[in-house]
Ligand binder design. Structure first.
Ligand SMILES: [Zn+2]
Length: 338
C-alpha cells in the first residue's frame, strides 16, 4: 500500500523546502529562524532534553528563545511570567468545560485530503522523527461556531516520547503532533500580530497499556509507516543520518487517528473518537513561539506497543524528547466532540 524509496543523506544538509523543523516548530520563513536548531549546522544554538541545554535552560540559550523561559512579553504588559501561554500542559478534566456550541455542528473537526499528498519526506533531525509536506499535506477545517470556520493546511507531523501533554497527571508512551498553519479564504497564510503563522496542532496520545488495559498492541499506522521506510534498524525508524523520500506514494494520515474508544473512557461519557481538548499555547521546542492558537489534544488515545515506543526512543538517541509540563496561568481548556 505504501512503498517508499530510501534516499539517505546527511541530516546536516537536509532542509526539505522550508520544512526541516525540530519538534513543534512552524515551517514558514516568516517565523522559522531556528528551524534547524539541532546543532547540526555548526552555527545554530544547540538544545537538548537534559542537562545544561535542557528545557530549563532553553530560554537563556538564545535571545530569540527567551519566551521558552518567560512566556511572551510582547502580548502582555508586565509580569509576563504569570501570563505566559506555553505548552505542553496537564489537562485536568474536572476543570474542562464542554463547549457551549457543542452538538450544534455536524463535525467540529473536519479532515480532508490527508490521503492525497505524495511529496512528503520522513527524517530524523536528532530531536524527533518528522514527516514533512513541502506543498501541504491535506486540510483540517473547523466547522464550529466558537472555533470558527477556519481552514488549516498540514505542514508536518512528528513524535514525542513520553507524551508532552498529560491528562489528569497521567503521561502516555508517545504523542504525535500534526502541525497545521491557518490559511485564509484568499489562500494566503494567516499571521498573528507578531507576524507568526497562526498554527493549530492536533495532538494524538499513544498508550502502551499503562493507562488503558485494552491498548498496548502494535500501532497499525506506525507499523505501516515503518515497514515502508526500507530501514532495518530500530524497527524501521530513521536514524539521525536518514531521510526517506516518498516516490509518488501517498500515506493516509487519518489512519493515525483514533477510531475505537477504550471501555473506561466510553463509560465516562466519551462517545466520539475525535473528542478533543482545546486551549491556546506554544511550540514545545525552541523558539517556543506562542503562535499555536488552537492546541487540539484528542481525548481518546491510540495504541502503541512497548517495542514501537522503545524503538523510537532508540532512534532519537536513547532519551526522552518531551518538554516538561508548563503552567496553565489561568487559561481555560474546553472540550468538544462531534
Ligand atoms: Zn511536538
Amino acid at each position: 500500500m505504501r512503498r517508499w524509496n530510501r534516499n539517505s543523506v546527511l541530516i546536516g544538509s537536509v532542509l526539505v523546502g522550508a520544512i526541516a523543523l525540530a519538534g513543534c516548530s512552524s515551517s514558514d520563513s516568516t517565523t522559522a529562524t531556528h528551524e534547524d536548531t539541532g546543532g547540526h549546522t555548526g552555527t545554530e544554538v544547540h538544545f537538548s532534553y537534559t542537562g545544561e541545554t535542557g528545557p530549563l535552560h532553553w530560554g537563556s540559550l538564545d535571545t530569540e528563545w527567551e519566551v521558552c523561559g518567560t512566556g511572551d512579553a510582547v502580548n502582555v504588559s508586565a509580569t509576563y511570567d504569570e501570563h505566559s501561554t506555553q505548552s505542553p500542559i496537564d489537562i485536568v478534566t474536572a476543570g474542562v468545560a464542554l463547549r457551549a456550541d457543542n452538538g450544534t455542528n455536524a463535525k467540529a473537526i473536519d479532515l480532508s485530503g490527508y490521503t492525497t499528498p505524495t511529496d512528503w519526506t520522513i527524517a530524523n533531525n536528532g530531536h524527533t522523527v518528522q514527516v514533512s509536506y513541502p506543498t501541504g499535506g491535506g486540510e483540517m477545517a473547523f466547522k464550529n461556531a466558537t472555533l470558527g470556520d477556519k481552514h488549516y493546511e498540514l505542514l508536518q507531523y512528528h513524535f514525542h516520547t513520553t507524551s508532552e501533554h498529560s491528562v489528569d497527571g497521567a503521561s502516555y508512551a508517545m504523542e504525535m503532533h500534526l502541525v497545521h498553519k491557518e490559511v485564509g479564504a484568499d489562500g494566503h497564510d494567516v499571521l498573528d500580530a507578531e507576524g507568526n503563522n497562526v498554527l493549530a496542532v492536533l495532538g494524538v496520545l499513544f498508550d502502551d497499556g499503562t493507562n488503558y488495559s485494552d491498548l498496548g498492541a502494535d500501532n497499525p499506522f506506525l507499523a505501516s509507516m515503518l515497514s515502508n521506510t526500507g530501514l532495518t534498524t530500530n524497527g524501521g525508524w530513521p536514524e539521525e543520518t536518514d531521510t526517506v523520500a516518498a516516490a509518488g506514494t501517498s500515506m493516509d494520515v487519518a489512519y493515525a487517528l483514533p477510531t475505537t474508544i477504550p471501555a473506561t473512557l466510553a463509560a465516562n461519557g466519551i462517545t466520539d473518537a475525535m473528542t478533543f481538548y482545546n486551549y491556546t499555547g506554544s511550540l514545545t521546542t525552541p523558539p517556543c513561539t506562542e503562535s499555536v492558537q488552537d492546541w487540539l489534544v484528542l481525548a481518546v488515545p491510540v495504541t502503541v506497543s512497548h517495542t514501537q515506543a522503545s524503538d523510537f526512543m532508540a532512534a532519537i538517541g536513547g532519551h526522552h524528547n518531551n518538554r516538561p509540563i508548563q503552567e496553565l496561568n489561568g487559561r481555560t481548556v474546553t472540550m468538544g466532540m462531534n
